[in-house]
Write a protein that binds this ligand. Structure first.
Ligand code: TXE
Length: 479
């Protein structure tokens, strides 16, 4: 099967006729080919987007909202088909794609279809000067959206929906590792009546296609989610052209557990925040700090729960941990388990590849818990992005705060405690874009989403996203 680019409402092969194999992580087989689009394909997408911009930016909010809602409905009615495609492309359990990824992609369109009708700008009356200032919020023009492989359609639509809701035209590139649902979304957009050229999807490698989008002098903004080193490269490329940038990068998030927490709730959620989606979520709590008085009990119970998680084929309903996304990624994650051992970490459970019957070449890994004695070791400092967590005890609040903040990342933090004063103290001091207290990954799409330090710049979500995808212009009228 050959995936095609989606330019000006049409499906087409890459101009160079250059293709990349697409792997099924659950079996290790190549099951498709995707375009490795060149600068020329990106130029063609730009022409289409630019041509569509005048009309789309003048389309009424009601009409834009109606089309976005239609896309949302069509994603919903294609739930099974999209979930199967996502699971096959990414290796995640099918039930997870059905319960989370695809419904969330639909919600992204529904949310921004509604949000755009409520988005308003300010006016300032200059009292005593007979003047009124008001702010126009104008779409930027043609913007670039580049997304990763861990939550393919979920994160792809999280960028595209606000961009087009705000009146921009988009050139989007999904990860070359998981292109399938983006391809299917293109069909849905045509069916929903999205005008030609408003959304263009070019497939290909980051270093060719992605680079061509970032380097394009007329693309006004880049919204990117992916690895921190890619983010650095994009920022360096885009800065001299003064493009607007939203960068959502890696994380190494602390999960801080105090002895006064609701134990069962904490334990169940901690299993999820450690291993959901094979640990391949930027928000996973991969560094677990436990108050010393609870440490031994937690250690025993956590190991017991984690060894029960079934590693298996994504289509098996019993599977809790599916396949990792690619062979390279599996090797990278495995290399960190070796690093942990070299650094004196103790593998409490997991650490080995798994051979799933009938799918022996798939990229499966046991969920892994590593006990560390120092927070400064590499496995506690670097993003692994797989089913690997570290645990270590702490005694003092200041000590755990210091360890939580002593990494280069600052995306999210989770706190388990029933002490209100402690909650208030720590949530103020934790260096993170998001702090969850007694919960994890609870999302309200109106809230600002993003990180500090090496976890990125800018915020997505709610009106923050609509602000990112518009340019404020001050108009001052003297009367
Ligand atoms: O991501 P890349 P990779 C982290 C995680 C992972 C590491 C590397 O630690 O192990 O990043 O993953 C496109 N110009 N996260 O290498 O390369 C690329 O094609 C423009 C965290 O898979 O950053 C893809 O579409 N685009 C993360 C997207 O960038 C470029 C999710 C992300 O790929 C480009 C994924 C370039 N020069 C990985 N190079 C999160 N924050 O959720 C690559 N791309």
């Amino acid at each position: 099967m050959h995936i095609q680019n989606f330019i000006n409402g049409n499906f087409q092969n890459p101009l160079s006729n250059d293709w990349i194999p697409n792997y099924n992580p659950s079996s290790g087989d190549v099951y498709g080919q995707i375009p490795n689009s060149s600068k020329e394909d990106v130029d063609a997408a730009y022409e289409a987007a630019n041509l569509a911009f005048n009309r789309w930016s003048q389309t009424t909010l009601e009409e834009r909202s109606r089309i976005l809602l239609k896309i949302s409905e069509l994603i919903e009615s294609n739930l099974d088909r999209l979930a199967k495609a996502e699971s096959k492309d990414n290796g995640k359990p099918l039930w997870l794609a059905k319960a989370i990824d695809i419904p969330r992609a639909s919600s992204n369109f529904r949310f921004f279809a509604n949000a755009i009708t409520q988005f308003a700008s300010e006016s300032h009356e200059s009292i005593g000067q007979n003047a009124i200032n008001y702010t126009l919020r104008q779409p930027l023009g043609v913007v670039g959206c580049i997304s990763p492989w861990n939550l393919p359609l979920y994160l792809f639509t999280w960028k595209i929906a606000p961009a087009i809701a705000a009146g921009n035209c988009v050139i989007a590139k999904p990860s070359e590792v998981t292109p399938m649902t983006a391809y299917l979304l293109a069909e849905i957009c045509n069916e929903a009546g999205l005008p030609k050229g408003v959304l263009n999807i070019v497939h290909g490698l980051g270093t060719t296609t992605g680079q061509a989008i970032v380097e394009h002098s007329e693309i006004k903004a880049i919204s990117f989610t992916g690895g921190t080193s890619t983010g650095v490269h994009i920022a360096r490329t885009a800065a001299p052209m003064f493009k607007k940038l939203s960068l959502e990068l890696g994380g190494k998030n602390p999960n801080i557990i105090f002895a006064d927490c609701d134990y069962e709730d904490m334990l169940t959620t901690t299993v999820r925040s450690s291993f959901a989606n094979q640990g391949q979520i930027c928000l996973c709590g991969s560094r677990i700090f436990i108050e010393a008085s609870l440490y031994e009990k937690f250690k025993i119970d956590f190991i017991a729960r984690v060894t029960q998680l079934k590693v298996g084929h994504p289509s098996d309903t019993e599977t809790k941990v599916g396949a990792l996304v690619s062979k390279q990624h599996l090797e990278k994650v495995m290399s960190y388990i070796d690093i942990a051992k070299e650094e004196g970490g103790i593998v409490l459970t997991g650490g080995n590849k798994v051979k799933v019957k009938g799918y022996e070449n798939g990229y499966y890994l046991e969920p892994t818990i590593i006990e560390v004695t120092t927070d400064e070791c590499r496995v506690n400092q670097e993003e692994i992005f797989g089913p690997v967590v570290t645990i270590m005890p702490f005694t003092l609040e200041d000590q755990v705060l210091d360890m939580a903040n002593k990494v280069k990342y600052g995306l999210s933090a989770t706190l388990w405690t029933n002490d209100l004063k402690r909650t208030m103290r720590l949530s103020h001091k934790l260096q993170a874009g998001i702090v969850w207290v007694n919960t994890w990954l609870m999302r309200d799409l109106r809230t600002p989403f993003g990180g500090v330090k090496n976890s990125g710049v800018g915020r997505e979500g709610g009106f923050e996203a609509l602000r990112f995808f518009t340019e404020p212009k001050n108009v001052c009228i003297k009367y």
